[in-house]
Design a protein around this ligand. Sequence first.
Ligand code: 13P
Ligand code: ZN
Length: 279
Amino acid sequence: MKNVLEAPFLVEFAKTAANMYRLGWDERNGGNISYLLKEEEVKEFLDVNHVIRKLPLAGVNSAAFDISPLIGKYFLVTGTGKYFKNVLDDPETNLGIIRIAKDKTIDLLWGYKDGGRTTSEFPAHMMSHIARLKVDPNNRVVMHCHPTNLLAMTYVHELDEAKFSHTLWEMSTECIVVFPEGVGVLPWMLCGTDEIGIATAEKMASFRIVLWSLHGVYAAGKNLDETFGLIETVEKAATIYNIIGQRKVVNTISEDAMKQLVDLFKIRDVVRWDFFRNK
Ligand code: 13P
Ligand code: ZN
């Protein structure tokens, strides 16, 4: 059996967590990632018949959402209370490889070495996976983090999805190309609960990125790079918004320019036309 610490999925995951920490998106234990693994890739590194511990299906408290669409699926997941800062140096304590068991509990196959368990945001992660897999069967990653500028923006910008998305599109030319569907926006809600998981998953039916106002962001994608890049692009736009601050805007990306980008990148079918002011 090969050494799981050298598994490409684990190495890339740990490096991604380190980058997220470096960018200031994950202070202390802030943020969590779940990565859907293929059984074949797990079997190269672990005996999948050897369950080292059973874990409860839980957020902050026990969870009661329907996880049945994910029974038998394997995930690499950050542990609750764990610091992204420490993932690269000690993956086995800070991460776990799990499988959703038939009895709707969690089989721990590797990791959480100090007795830990899955992130308190497990319900929102799993419900987001279920929602995104319906839209894109190749979706494998859900990422939650606390990007500074995006978070700041939710304190001062109207929390209207169309207006928020439009403002972000105006902050950099690439924005409408990277997230033509805009961003989903949730009001402040209690984290670690089934309720915020349900609300996030509802948004994930039409957005790959959902803001948790005054808290952070959820994003989904086919792989770690794509998901990271989506958050990076939205956070960059929010940074520009904050740098502009109260200063008078004298130039902006017009809707005519946005329409040219939509045509050039052939994204007419996915862009949210209803988020335009002049439809
Ligand atoms: P966990 O440490 O349980 O992953 O929680 C971090 C977080 O960001 C909660 O929203
Ligand atoms: Zn959080």
